[in-house]
Write a protein that binds this ligand. Structure first.
Ligand code: ATR
Length: 277
């Protein structure tokens, strides 16, 4: 049987086996998709063993996304720009790496949530791997403004400078710390790409950053109303979303890349959605 897996550490919480099994049933594909926990210093050896046993592709999650890029023999442009890969495909000695996280986020926002990015003001909170992966697809969707705010402002400025150095985002993409947000007015789309929701930390956001008819999007999933989403609701934001749609959309991209058939994401998103209460 064709074999795929998600590799990470820890991996127990991963929904990927369920998502890909639902996709396989819905599209009539015969495959096995499991979860593999690699030792922290054993990503390459674990991936090698999976390939040697006939594995065809891997999804990669924390903390191996950067290492997965270095492991591959061919890296897509978007994975290179993101500095990380979340999917690998194997063909003999070749290993191709791609990153579908950003495109998954964009599809969820524009298609599932019906929120255009073009011509709108977009705020990304955080400057780690999750934020970096979101920037190129967001820029490609042509926002009026894309601002990256981070607790550590220097890290956000470095991130944005690395994009400018690649010729990306001039005149649109800028960065700063929390303090700057108070002077910047409202954003139509506010995306929380920090890991603060995992520890239930609130962010020091001025209520004015949320446009009343806008979207507040938390990349974490399955945690109900996070402090960030509560802040957005208290500020009167019309539309709140967590990252379940991004998770399912990135999985659908990987599935289509591996299998040549695109699954319908709606039923799987509905099955995995935890109400925002
Ligand atoms: P990931 O790959 O998930 O993005 P990361 O690279 O460790 O993880 O980045 C985590 C991000 O969340 C960083 O932007 C971090 O801010 P700092 O760069 O200032 O550390 C942000 N973050 C984590 N916990 C936070 C909190 N409690 N408040 C604000 N920002 C937080």
């Amino acid at each position: 049987m064709d074999r795929y897996a998600v590799i990470g550490h820890p991996i127990g919480h991963s929904q990927s086996p369920l998502i890909h099994t639902l996709f396989a049933h819905a599209t009539g594909q015969t495959l096995e998709y499991t979860a593999i926990e690699a030792p922290l210093d054993g990503f390459a050896a674990t991936a090698d063993a999976f390939r040697a046993a006939g594995g065809l592709g891997l999804n990669v999650t924390l903390p191996f996304k950067v290492e997965a890029c270095a492991y591959a023999t061919e890296v897509s442009e978007r994975a290179r720009i993101a500095g990380a890969a979340n999917a690998l495909t194997f063909d003999g000695p070749h290993c191709r790496a791609d990153n579908f996280d950003g495109i998954g986020l964009l599809r969820d926002i524009t298609t599932n949530l019906n929120q255009p990015v073009a011509g709108r003001r977009v705020l990304v909170l955080g400057a780690g791997g999750a934020a970096r992966g979101a920037l190129q697809p967001l820029l490609a969707a042509d926002p009026e403004r894309l601002f990256v705010a981070n607790r550590n402002a220097a890290k956000a400025l470095d991130l944005v400078q690395s994009f400018h150095a690649l010729g990306l985002g001039q005149g649109v993409l800028a960065a700063g710390g929390w303090a700057e947000l108070a002077t910047m007015g409202a954003f139509d789309i506010v995306i929380n790409a920090t890991s603060a929701s995992l520890t239930a930390d609130a962010l020091p956001l001025p209520p004015g950053v949320f446009a009343p008819d806008g979207l507040a999007y938390d990349m974490v999933y399955g945690k109900g109303l996070t402090p960030f989403l509560r802040q957005a609701r208290a500020a009167g934001t019309a539309l709140l979303a967590d990252g379940v749609g991004m998770l399912v959309e990135q999985a659908a991209e990987a599935f289509a890349w591996w299998r040549g058939v695109r699954p319908d994401t709606r039923p799987v998103i509905d099955q995995l959605t935890v109400p925002l209460t």
